[in-house]
Write a protein that binds this ligand. Structure first.
Ligand code: NAD
Length: 510
């Protein structure tokens, strides 16, 4: 653990606000970063006070004036260097993600790879901040639209993707010409500080202004609420629970700011009689048990045809019983701990309500004890039989609980699938072309992501990521998600020498 911290320039006590190159003294309370692996304190963070927060915003505003004047492809060159700087630290960063949030090392390194991938993507994007041109109805006029940088933006991230979500926002925002203020989850502070140190080093080597990237770790009143309500930040991108997003969305809307919301999911997979069951079972195993069921895209509901309910349940039980649960840094372990004891408690409460609502546990759901398990954060992943209309099934419980829901017709399956408040990711398993086309049509899945014969988790950065309904409607990462980080301007140039009005209006002669 000490080696990982040292290699990433972290100390026993770390300032919680700064630019990655320089740090503030910070006047807030001390915050421990506790590893869910064994309950030990990894290191501490001195949190920012309200006045530290203000200093961070000032820095980000000052830096914006200079950064916005760097041509976009040159901003892309800086992001390219950032991607390379992360490439050479992939192993240590992965280890810290595992230590701090309990992901198995392979998944943790996969998360670092996502940072590298989005850097590569953003480099290309820096030469493709395209606007359209259109034909004017007036002779000898030129009309076009262009995109300008937006300003310093706020990025709030959840604990379960402590690097990737920030990078999807920050790297694209950087090429767009914005500066970024990051408020990471209080459960994943060290990972955030480590990557900020790496990126801050790149900015310093290039003699760029401090404050292009910023981090501020602090409690909700001193920092969180202030950031959301701050009219100096034209965009707040917030990733987390639906409850958090509802609040953030309201506060930002009340000051007529923009919000980009990436909230909870309740992802369903439809398995039809035409599916390759073995393929489906493998995908469901990873989708439901990966990251210990703590991904926004985790498979939570399997909507399975009545005829194959039994065989699929058997295949899943066989697969689940082979999952090795333990220290996520050890080889062969497939599932680490939940983030903390409260998450374990919430899972137990959920399973109790499931029984009261008429469901039954088919496999797992126990809290483990003895040795490392005494940390109180380890559980066995759980498979349940349930109905879609149970209040519990309508919610996202952020734990490895999988609800199997039987259906009879595809129409009914889609109705169940869409019959939840959230709309993030979805999939159908079928080898029948017509069934998959129905699922992908406007009569099918109502989610932001819809897949055929692959699970709901593990999105690639090239596509825009996000969901509908209570998931918040935001899109991040690839495709044209960059537009959220820029302001659009429609321009008309009159080169006719005449003053012709639109819509043929005549308005006197001067
Ligand atoms: P959370 O809602 O508890 O916290 C998320 C972030 O919001 C944290 O940084 C937290 O400090 C901050 N926050 C909470 N209240 C705030 C306030 N009033 N003002 C400012 N900031 C505030 O979520 P979590 O437990 O960290 O993460 C799990 C949740 O995140 C799940 O619901 C999961 O589905 C969701 N998530 C969504 C996506 C996505 O892209 N859609 C990605 C990852 C996680």
């Amino acid at each position: 653990m000490q080696d990982v911290l040292k290699n990433l320039d972290l100390s026993e006590v770390n300032p919680g606000a700064g630019t990655g190159a320089t740090w503030l003294e910070c006047g807030g309370d001390m915050l421990e970063s506790v590893s869910p692996i064994d309950g030990r304190v990894i290191a501490n963070v001195r949190q920012a006070s309200a006045s530290d927060y203000d200093q961070v915003v000032l820095k980000a505003r000052e830096a914006f004036r200079e950064w916005t004047m760097v041509p976009a492809p040159k901003r892309g060159e800086i992001v390219r260097q950032m991607g390379n700087a992360v490439r050479v630290r992939k192993r240590e960063l992965g280890a810290l993600v595992s230590l701090e949030v309990g992901k198995i090392w392979a998944e943790a390194e996969g998360e670092v790879q996502e940072v590298i991938d989005i850097c590569d993507f953003a480099v290309g994007q820096s030469r493709m901040l395209y606007g359209l041109s259109m034909h004017s109805e007036r002779a000898k006029h030129r009309m076009f639209e262009q995109y300008h940088p937006l300003g310093p933006i706020g990025v709030i991230t959840a604990f379960n993707f402590p690097l990737a979500v920030w990078s999807w926002n920050a790297m694209v925002a950087l090429v767009a010409g914005d500066t970024v203020i990051w408020k990471p989850s209080s459960k994943a502070t060290l990972t955030a500080l480590a990557i900020m140190r790496i990126m801050g080093g790149v900015l310093r080597e290039n003699k760029l202004p401090e404050g292009v990237l910023n981090i501020v770790i602090g409690n909700r009143n001193e920092v969180g609420e202030r950031l959301v309500a701050d009219p100096r930040l034209p965009l707040i991108s917030a990733t987390g629970s639906v409850a958090m997003g509802r609040h953030v969305g309201e506060v930002v809307a009340s000051r007529l700011g923009r919000s980009l919301l990436e909230l909870g999911g309740n992802n369903g997979v439809v398995v039809t009689t035409k599916a390759d069951l073995e393929l489906a079972a493998r995908a469901i195993l990873f989708g439901a048990v990966g990251t210990a069921g703590q991904r926004c895209t985790t498979i939570r509901r399997v909507i399975v045809h009545k005829e194959i309910f039994g065989p699929l349940a058997d295949a899943l039980i066989r697969a689940y019983s082979q999952v090795v649960i333990g220290n996520p840094l050890e080889d062969g372990v497939l599932m680490g701990p939940l983030i903390d004891r409260q998450a374990v408690e919430r899972m137990q409460v959920a399973l109790e309500s499931l029984k009261k609502q008429g469901g039954r546990i088919i496999y797992g759901g126990e809290v483990l004890s003895g040795g490392l398990y005494d940390a109180g954060t380890y559980v066995t992943p759980c498979i349940c039989e349930a109905r879609n209309n149970y209040p519990l099934v309508q919610e996202e419980t952020f734990a490895p609980i999988l609800y199997m829901i039987p259906y009879q017709t595809l129409e009914e399956a889609i109705q169940y699938h869409n019959g939840v408040p959230q709309g993030l990711s979805s999939a159908i398993f079928t080898n029948d072309l017509l069934e998959s086309e129905v699922f992908l049509s406007h009569m099918g899945s109502d989610c932001g992501i819809a897949n055929v014969n692959i699970g709901t988790s593990g999105a690639e950065i090239g596509g825009a990521f996000g969901g509908e309904k209570d998931t918040g409607g935001g899109r991040e990462s690839g495709s044209d998600a960059w537009k959220a980080y820029m302001r659009r301007q429609t321009c008309t140039v009159n080169w006719s020498g005449e003053m012709e009005l639109a819509q043929g209006i005549e308005f006197g002669k001067v």
